[in-house]
Design a protein around this ligand. Structure first.
Ligand code: ADP
Ligand code: ZN
Ligand code: ZN
Length: 742
């Protein structure tokens, strides 16, 4: 790293290629090393291509002979984009996840910087509907101007996020003139927008004692000598966790520091952003999916330069550089969407812990249903648990009722008792919410005569019937075809839809309550950008008394009039092959249950199951999450699953059935020779769904009580796999701390 004296000519670059190392280049003649410090982007030759990489260091010499060092093409930045700490953190993360460092760093950069664009933020014009524009029905008011009607419809759906010219240019041949007409008519407005919101700093409710204690603990850690500290904010839905975040964030901001807030994919709602905007006296930026690439870059740069105080985003926001880090918050820390499931398979919660620790600042993980990993951190003394034990404000706790649906007359979806409950709550003028984590009409279509089932050609899976659209769809690979009228085996035309999806529940309820509007919320009804927000607004408005949906309905939304939550099928998680199945089931049930009775009205949660005697389910219903989690923890300890061991999963896939198994068998033999004591290999085994999207998949599990020997093995094993010619027969990947065992 010596930058002075004999000026180094070797530059080691993280290049975005799937190889687990940096690559050496030399500076072109006439350039000096000071112009190429760690953290700047450079364009380098790589084979026949030119790629954008990031300088890692300037080693004294290269392992390559000088004659083979190629010169880099150009330096793209005047100053480092990533400071030394961020660069070190990213290298650590790449090392921990055994992911190629170039790809990991690439992942942390906004798209425009990845492509080599200039590191400059720019305000950008966006169009929004005005209140007048939101109120008109385009089909009626603009029936003679179809182009304007189409544009207005899109803008209405986009809501507060608005739309930019790039969006219009993609979908419309002519858009400038119709937009101008709409603007003249007062239906739209345009704004130059930097993606930074200036919060108002309104006063919130007075904190109750437990909230106060939680805020004090975090603030004390912020001010403490050593700084830092890990907290688990454990509070039921509606107990006021967000208020605790808001107070702690404000204190961090007042002390001149920045706060980074991570939320799950479904949690980043306009409602949440509005609340942060009202309450914080701070400059806030949100990294949501509605941002254009330019806005994303502006937000990223503003964070890096310290021009914003609060950054809110989903998992990838954990890589946002911060000039003055002061506080990290992970809301719904148990949520699976915090883990990236392909490519760079990191867990944003775990990386937030590491970042906070390195920066010496506190980190708060919040949840109503903490992960067993986080509870274990409390048990082992690494984290402090802060408990909010009751609901804030007026709202009471919902009452739970388990419905044994065995041998009950079924109309295909809801048992008579569930129907009674729905009718009672509707009669009282309240809203009801029915939850089922499966979209479509029915998960299978079966011949009544011969038992034939419509299968996906490319997966080991049934096709889901989508009746409204008249399609059969595979939810694993996206394949679809028109609804068949005849059995594929015997030509019988009597085909049965087997099982339940949200569309079917909607249809059944509509038949029962022809006069009620029913809102269905799942990936099928919210496919268009902005439509989820629009539907949720309608749901809160209360016009629709019946809400039916998947987990999209479950998180972070307040429905003050919902008093009944019906869980249509609690059995899915109980049968799961994955050791995390019961944990996820409980988290989902309680998350959905948390939608009931948030205001003055007491709520009721009714759960249908075929296993009313299941001990775990009983513990959950009778005693709540904490005793349930303890019971589960005992099972995990017994079985040696995380958090009592550490896992890595080597996955392989190929077009043929044998290749992945053969690869994993050889990989296993290789590992046997390297394996330190205390590391076990399990498998190879075919994946639970062996064939998916036309490829066969298998896996080998690596398990160890201690992290160190596990990582020591991986560090020696993976480079050998990378180099092995026989490994080219398959596509393989390593997943550290896998969250899904498939
Ligand atoms: P959580 O994040 O745990 O779900 P919130 O912070 O969103 O809980 O609080 C739930 C509701 O209770 C919100 O409407 C919030 O404004 C209100 N609330 C929170 N803390 C208090 C308090 N101390 N006094 C009165 N109302 C509160
Ligand atoms: Zn048949
Ligand atoms: Zn498929």
């Amino acid at each position: 790293m010596s930058q002075n004296g004999n000026s180094p000519t070797v530059i080691r670059v993280a290049v975005p290629v799937p190889l687990r190392r940096g690559f050496d280049y030399r500076l072109p003649a006439g350039m000096d090393a000071a112009q190429c410090p760690p953290g700047v982007r450079v364009r380098v030759p790589f084979g026949p291509r030119k790629l954008v990489g990031v300088v890692l260091e300037s080693p004294a010499r290269s392992e390559l002979p000088p004659g083979r060092l190629r010169p880099l093409v150009e330096v793209l930045d005047d100053a480092p984009l990533l400071d030394a700490e961020m660069l070190a953190f990213l290298q650590w993360a790449a090392g921990y996840y055994h992911h190629p460092v170039g790809e990991a760093i690439q992942h942390a950069l906004p798209a425009l910087l990845r492509k080599g664009g200039a590191a400059e933020g720019r305000a950008e014009t966006r169009w929004y509907v005005t209140p007048a524009g939101a109120a008109v029905d385009p089909a009626v008011a603009l029936s003679r101007a179809p182009r304007q009607a189409a544009l207005l419809t899109e803008l209405q759906a986009a809501g507060e996020a608005g739309l930019d010219s790039a969006h219009f240019a993609q979908g419309h041949a002519t858009w400038r003139t119709p937009l101008a007409r709409l603007e003249d008519a007062g239906l739209l407005a345009r704004r130059q927008r930097l993606p930074v919101q200036h919060g108002q700093g309104d006063a919130g409710p007075t904190l109750h004692a437990e909230q106060r204690a939680a805020v004090d603990a975090v603030v004390a850690a912020m001010a403490g000598e050593r700084g830092g500290g890990q907290f688990l904010l454990d509070g039921i839905t509606g107990s006021g966790k967000t208020e605790v975040y808001l107070h702690a964030i404000q204190q961090a901001v007042d002390a001149g520091r920045q706060a980074l807030v991570l939320v799950p994919e479904i949690g980043l709602t306009p409602q949440l952003l509005r609340r942060f905007g009202h309450r914080l006296a701070a400059r806030i930026t949100a990294l949501h999916s509605g941002l254009s690439d330019t806005e994303r870059l502006s937000a990223w740069l503003a964070a890096a330069r310290g021009e914003v105080d609060v950054i809110i985003g989903t998992r990838s926001a954990v890589f946002t550089p911060l000039a003055r880090p002061g506080l990290f918050i992970v809301d719904e820390e148990h949520d699976p969407s915090l883990k990236q499931q392909d490519g760079f398979r990191y867990h944003a919660r775990d990386l937030a812990l590491v970042r906070a620790h390195r920066a010496g600042v506190p980190v708060v993980l919040g949840s109503a249903t903490p992960s067993l990993e986080s509870l274990h951190q409390v048990t082992t003394g690494r984290a402090t648990r802060l408990v909010l034990s009751r609901r804030a404000g007026e709202a009471g706790l919902p009452r739970f009722r388990v419905l044994d649906v065995r041998r009950q007359p079924f109309d295909g979806a809801l048992s008579p008792l569930m129907h009674e409950a729905v009718a009672a709550h509707l009669a009282a003028g309240n809203q009801v919410l029915l939850f089922l984590n499966r979209r479509g009409f029915a998960p299978a279509l079966m011949c009544h005569d011969c038992g034939w089932i419509a299968h996906c050609q490319r997966c080991d899976s049934h096709l889901t019937l989508h009746r409204g659209e008249g399609r059969l769809r595979c939810h694993h690979c996206g394949a679809e075809r028109p609804l068949v009228e005849q059995c594929g085996e015997c030509d019988n035309t009597e085909l049965l839809s087997v099982g339940l999806g949200t569309e079917r529940i909607e249809a059944q309820l509509q038949a029962h309550y022809p006069d009620h509007e029913i809102l269905r919320v799942d990936r099928d009804t919210t496919r268009r950008k902005g439509s989820l927000d629009a539907i949720l607004e309608r749901a809160r408005g209360g016009g629709a008394r019946i809400l039916v949906g998947t987990q999209m309905l479950a998180k972070g939304h307040h429905f003050p009039d919902v008093t009944l939550v019906g869980i249509v099928d609690a059995d899915q998680g109980l049968y799961s092959a994955d050791f995390r199945g019961p944990e996820r089931m409980a988290q989902t049930i309680l998350q959905v249950a948390g939608r009931a009775g948030r205001a003055e009205k007491p709520g009721e949660v009714v759960i249908q199951t075929h296993q009313p005697d299941n001990p775990l389910l009983m513990t959950l219903m009778r005693d709540g999450y904490a005793p349930f989690a303890e019971a589960l923890m005992a099972e995990r300890r017994e079985a040696g699953w995380p958090p009592f061991s550490h896992l890595a999963l080597l996955r392989a896939e190929a077009p043929g059935r044998e290749a992945p198994l053969t690869f994993l068998q050889r990989a296993r033999q290789l590992a046997e020779g390297l394996r330190p004591a205390g590391v076990d290999l399990l498998g190879p085994l075919p994946a639970p769904m062996e064939r998916r999207a036309g490829r066969y998949r298998a896996q080998l599990l690596v398990q160890a009580r201690e992290r160190r020997p596990l990582h020591a093995l991986l560090a020696r094993w993976l480079p050998q796999l990378e180099a092995a010619p026989w490994a080219r027969e398959v596509r393989w990947s390593i997943d550290i701390d896998p969250q899904d065992m498939f």
